[in-house]
Design a protein around this ligand. Sequence first.
Ligand SMILES: Nc1ncnc2c1ncn2[C@@H]1O[C@H](COP(=O)(O)OP(=O)(O)OP(=O)(O)O)[C@@H](O)[C@H]1O
Length: 606
Amino acid sequence: MKTYLSKFLYVISAKKRTIFVLLCLFLLTSVLDALGIGLVGPFMSLATHPDLVFKSSWLHWGYVNSGLKSTSQYIALLGLGIIFVFAIKSLLYFQVQRYIFNFSLTQQGLLRLRLLHGYLTVNYTYHLSKNSASLIQNIIHETFLFCYSVTLPLLSTAANSVVVFALIILLLKTDVSATASILLMLTLAFAFYNRFKDKMAYWGKEGSESDTEMIRIINHSVGGLKETRVIGCESYFESQMNIQAQRHALTGSLFQVFQNLPRIAIEALLVTFIVCFISISLVFNQNPQNLISILSIFAVASIRLIPAASQLMSALGTLRNSSYSLNKLYFDLQELENSKLKSINYIDVLYKSEPEEFIRKSNNLKKLNFIDKISIKQLNYCYPNVSKQALNNLDLTIDKGESIALIGKSGAGKTTLVDVILGLLIPNDGDIKVDGVSIYNDNLRYWQNMIGYIPQSIFLMDDTIERNIAFGVPDNQIDSQQLQRAIKTAQLEELILQLPDGMKTSVGERGVRLSGGQRQRIGIARALYHQREILILDEATSALDNETENLISEAIRSLSRTKTLILIAHRLSTVEHCDRIYVLEHGRIVKSGSYREVVLGQTISS
Ligand SMILES: Nc1ncnc2c1ncn2[C@@H]1O[C@H](COP(=O)(O)OP(=O)(O)OP(=O)(O)O)[C@@H](O)[C@H]1O
């Protein structure tokens, strides 16, 4: 439980003081609960034996000072007092519940934000080994469980422990032997339920894993719908889904059933106890009148004790069941926040800004000055858990305004080199310097702000063309002139004119309503819109027809000298205009020079 609590405190964003205040509020309602119930028994005794008013000094004092004419009126007044305490308790209870739900749902939202922030800012290599289904599962489902199956049960466990404790003290004062029997029954019920604690944890793990699997299956089958349809493997995915759905249903239903077990067991045991208690008392000729006050307090206490004790046990079961989710969140957050994987430290400062402010600040950052050249020195990169180096002692110098091309066979290391230049992969050795200043450490974001990137496969949001080009810029900050220029250069004008909603036309998920070439042109327009000094194009024109490719290549060529261009190409025709061409082989540069020097007489295959 101690480690469970320390993990909970790490994951929850709230200050310990807030949690302490919450616990105090819970405690207050519990005390009021016990007090209200504790008053009902003596009140019933008073109602049946009004002369008790004169036997208690403070009751007598109250009666004398109340100025009432009869004990019946006085007892009725005391009854009103009990109703008042109950009313206050109910009101307070309602307010505390409101506060608790508000608190835990706010925590859920903050946790979602914290995870997303972590995933977006963590070192890129983290994502090479993670499945997006698991990240979605963490942000949506595990945070939900953290709210409803960790935070709320923990608070309710703390509160119900106090209620149960207070009620037991109350019962002990009334009758020690009867209370001891109840305690024995509760202990038996708890011991029985506790036998299933490992099963509870296992069912939680199974439920969470099957959820992740289901997201993965949906991603694969619907994400690759064309392939699924053409190959005709719908039933394969359906049967996989069926297996996971059944796994989820089985473990979920078992857990739900066992959740109700404490209530059923305690209820049965308590009824048995009360019936036995009355029967034994009658058999041994106890005066039924003497039983009334004991039984009434037991009856009322049972109304509260049964739910409190069963809720306490169920909450403990839920905590067990959600331990897998808590562990997942805890270890993920630790990995994201406490390791070297955190790539952009400065972002924490910006993180607290409003989204628009964040973009403005992040776009305005400029610390590195690129006036002369980029020098790549002795670069080595090896992917995690791979023995072969993807980049091997690579040296490269790019002058400002120069266009260079990286060519080489498939697997030579071109994309890896570009990913290192983009700052996505951090090299094992070596450095990249801009006018002598390293791009790493605090400079990485400044460096990335200089780069426009057009990848082989353009990612498009399910949104309008305008938003896809201005990617990540709020609507009210989109510069329309800049947008028009980017559209014109990327040869998108004609397409936009044909569309009924023009730039406001939605492209569909991953751009399904556009052709491959149109998608690529939106990617080009995006890089141009952001007006970065360095443009990196990874096979950026491969999906275009010859005529469009020529037009775009011409437009990109016209940018040379004003922009520094780094091109990856398989088709040698696209690199003809480059100032320098580098040939990569096994992660090394094996040849470099002008197009004529390098390409003449050489064929490059992909
Ligand atoms: N995520 C990864 N994990 C492990 N190895 C990888 C990973 N990505 C690439 N590699 C390996 O690194 C080497 C270089 O790959 P890279 O993608 O840089 O080649 P490339 O020249 O861009 O190829 P292509 O022209 O086919 O895109 C290859 O041997 C590849 O198998």
